[in-house]
Design a protein. Sequence first.
Length: 197
Amino acid sequence: MLHHIDFLSLIVSYGYLAIFVGSIFEGESVVFLGGLLAHQSKLSFLIVLIAAFFGAVLGDVFWFLIGRYQGTKLIHRFEWIRKKTEKTLFYAEKKSGTLAFTMRFIYGFRSIIPFTLGVTKMTLKKYLSLNVSGACLWVVVVTSLGYLFGGVIESVFGRLRHFELILVILVVLLFVLLNILFHGIKILIKKFTNNLK
C-alpha cells in the first residue's frame, strides 16, 4: 500500500522522468497516477502518454533481448527462472503474436512474457510491431483511467487542494482493482493449465 504513496511523491517531485522510469519497471500505478496529476493540471496529459509509452517499450525490449541472447542459458542455469517461464513458454510458442500485443494487460507477468518471447523464434521486428501497438493501447487506457478518476474525485468532492483524500481513495481503488485483476488472472491461468493437460 505504501509503494503507491511513494510513487505519487516521486511523480510530483520528478514529473515525466518518474513516469518514464516507473513505466520501465512497474507500470500501472505510475501511469495511472500520471493521468490523475494530468487531470489536476500538474502534468501534461500528452507528455505523460509519451513518457509512459517510451518507458514501457524500452523495458519490454530490454527483457526481450535478455531472453533472446541469454534466455536459454538462464533457464537451464536457474531453477526459479525455469519455473517462471515453463508455462509461459508453452503458450508463447503457440500464440506469440497475441501475447506480444496483450502482455502489458496481464498483471504480474510484465518481465516474464517479453523474456519468454525472446526465447522463442519470434523476430525482433514482429515483436516490436506488436509490442509498440499494445503499449500504445495500454498507455492510453491506463493514463485515461487516471485522468477520468481525477474527474470523478473532483465532481464528488469538489476541487481538492490536499492529496490526503486522493491518496486514501486511490489506494483503496487500486487495491480493489488489483484484487479483481488477480482473481481474473488466476481464473485464466487455471483455464490455461487445464488446457495443457
